[in-house]
Every structure is written in structure tokens, then in C-alpha cells.
Design a binder for this molecule. Structure first.
Ligand code: IMP
Ligand code: MG
Length: 184
């Protein structure tokens, strides 16, 4: 556990409202997810696709707990529209160079809010004819929206707060915090 001065040094003096998941809790959950993923894919090629930028820390910890051969690549997606309301389209700013066809694809996301981005990404990736296509999310706010994709591997149910740390940002800040906090 980090002390308050340790936290304030990292945030530049901004106090967090509360620590929602500490380092040890996150590490235990990531190990559990890695074991479940290892068991879920006994055969075939597995490509783990990290959705940037938010998943970068989770992905790097997660892949080291998976005890089978995998490939790792990334996706950068952008939804575009009028800036306020999503247009219902997703565009890939970085498209993985790795072939998807015939492989098990595991899409790794930091947090699912409405699930809209992932729902559209799943439809797009499905056209590449993978053997299977599943989602692993560290956090899920579990909002009941009609477009929610099925999330096969979930770490934590997240409170309806704005969370930062362990990859999650507020205007690119706080991604480096080793815990997940409610910024308020
Ligand atoms: P969705 O398409 O509504 O599910 O939005 C998911 C994306 O919104 C995530 O990949 C995050 O980048 C961002 N997001 C949602 N909730 C939070 C949060 O509490 N903190 C930081 N980013 C969030
Ligand atoms: Mg994100």
C-alpha cells in the first residue's frame, strides 16, 4: 500500500477520493484472469489484441500470466461523429499487421462503459474470419445498454465513478498510477 505522500508525489499534489483497487488486489485478479485464459484455450493459435491506449499496463501484466504460446499485437480505434454523439462507426487508426484469419482472438480492454466501441470493433474484426473472438476487460461498469457486447473474461465490476490509474487516464494524466482510484 502506498502512503498518502507517495500518492501525492505521483499525482502532483492532487488527492484522489479513494483507492478502489490496490496493487495487490489487481495483481491477484490479473493472475486469476491469466489462469482462466490459459485454461480456456487448450488448442490453436491465440492472438491477444490490446486496445490502446488504456489497456497497455493491464495487457503487459496479463500476457505474462498466460502459460501457453500467444501472439501479441495492438489496435488503435477511433469513433468519429460530431464529437458529442457517436456516429455509430469505428475507424482503425492502427490496424494489426498480424493475420487474424483462423486464430482465436482475445481483445483486451481496460474498462467497458457503454460497450459501444467494443461492439463495433467486434463486428469489424469478425469480418476477418477469426476462429473465435472474445473480450477480456479488467473493469466493467455493467451498464445495461442494448449494444453491450458479451464479455467473456471480466476482472472487476466497476463502480459508476470516473476511475484513473493502471492505464486509465484523465486527459492522459494518471495512467502510471500502480493502483486504480476514484478521482472524483
Ligand atoms: P464505451 O465505448 O462507452 O464502453 O467506453 C469505453 C472507453 O471509455 C474505455 O476504453 C475508456 O477509454 C473510457 N472510459 C470509460 N470509463 C472510464 C473511466 O472511468 N475512466 C477512464 N476512462 C474511462
Ligand atoms: Mg480505452
Amino acid at each position: 500500500m502506498l502512503s498518502t505522500p507517495d500518492i501525492l508525489r505521483r499525482t502532483g499534489g492532487k488527492a484522489v477520493k479513494s483507492i478502489v483497487f490496490d496493487q495487490a488486489t489487481i495483481a491477484a485478479k490479473v493472475a486469476e484472469l491469466g489462469a482462466r485464459i490459459t485454461a480456456a484455450y487448450p488448442d490453436g493459435e491465440l492472438l491477444v489484441l490490446g486496445l490502446l491506449k488504456g489497456s497497455f499496463i493491464f495487457l503487459s501484466d496479463l500476457v505474462r500470466t498466460i502459460e501457453r504460446p500467444i501472439q501479441v499485437d495492438f489496435l488503435v480505434a477511433s469513433s468519429y461523429g460530431d464529437g458529442k454523439v457517436s456516429s455509430g462507426t469505428v475507424r482503425l487508426l492502427y490496424d494489426p499487421e498480424t493475420r487474424l484469419e483462423g486464430k482465436h482472438i482475445l481483445l483486451v480492454e481496460d474498462i467497458i462503459d457503454t460497450g459501444k466501441t467494443l461492439q463495433r470493433l467486434m463486428a469489424l474484426l469478425d469480418t476477418r474470419r477469426p476462429e473465435s473472438l472474445s473480450i477480456c476487460a479488467l473493469l466493467d461498469k455493467q451498464l445495461a445498454t442494448e449494444c453491450r457486447p458479451e464479455v467473456r473474461f471480466v476482472g472487476f465490476r466497476a463502480p459508476a465513478a470516473f476511475l484513473v490509474g493502471y492505464g486509465l487516464d484523465h486527459a492522459e494524466n494518471y495512467r502510471h498510477l500502480p493502483f486504480i482510484a476514484d478521482l472524483e
